[in-house]
Structures are given as structure tokens and as C-alpha cells.
Design a protein around this ligand. Structure first.
Ligand code: SF4
Length: 99
């Protein structure tokens, strides 16, 4: 997989994030971190000023959730993901726990 094949963040409903502009994530890439069954967006930042890249929709640069069916070698293999409120203000909503 090359960098341009990384899954897009297809919408983010996390309120108050500096990278969120009209329900799109404008960070260059995000990292999903968290713990088992709690796939937290590690890039969420609620510091007030808005930021990110104006014409870019974020991709998933890295994912620590090896317990997700879409994770292979700490990268996400889903076509795209969605982020929004879950257990935390911003979680990966595409997460599916391996059984
Ligand atoms: S779908 Fe799974 S592998 Fe992909 S970013 Fe979300 S938690 Fe990580």
C-alpha cells in the first residue's frame, strides 16, 4: 500500500476539533489509538484555533487498534472510515472488533 492508497476519513462528526471543518477532517493524516474496544482518534485536538490543510481531506496514517478486523500491520485496510462521538468525543466508527 502506498501513502495515496491510505483510507480516507469520510466524514467526522466530532464537535470542537480544530481539524474539523463542516464535518470533514482536514488534518493531513490521523492516527487512531485508544484501547481494546475503544478506538480513539489520537489526532483530535480541542484547543480553539482551527487548523489543518484547507483543501485536503484526511487519511488514516496509522492505527494502533490491532484488535480491529481492518487492521493489518498497524495500518488500516478499510476503504474509508468515519469518525465521530463514541465512548470519547472522537472515535473511529468503522472499528470492528476481531472475534
Ligand atoms: S477501521 Fe479499524 S483499522 Fe481502520 S482506522 Fe478504524 S480502528 Fe483502525
Amino acid at each position: 500500500m502506498s501513502v495515496t492508497d491510505l483510507p480516507a476519513v469520510n466524514g467526522c462528526a466530532a464537535a470542537g476539533c480544530s481539524y474539523n471543518h463542516e464535518h470533514e477532517c482536514h488534518a493531513g493524516a490521523i492516527t487512531i489509538s485508544g484501547t481494546v474496544d475503544d478506538p480513539l482518534c489520537g489526532t483530535f485536538l480541542d484547543i480553539g484555533p482551527s487548523g489543518g490543510l484547507s483543501k485536503v481531506v484526511a487519511r488514516v496514517g496509522a492505527c494502533h487498534r490491532t484488535d480491529c478486523v481492518h487492521n493489518a500491520e498497524l495500518e488500516c485496510t478499510a476503504d474509508a472510515i468515519r469518525v465521530g462521538p463514541g465512548k470519547d468525543k472522537a472515535d473511529c466508527l468503522t472499528y470492528q472488533m476481531r472475534v
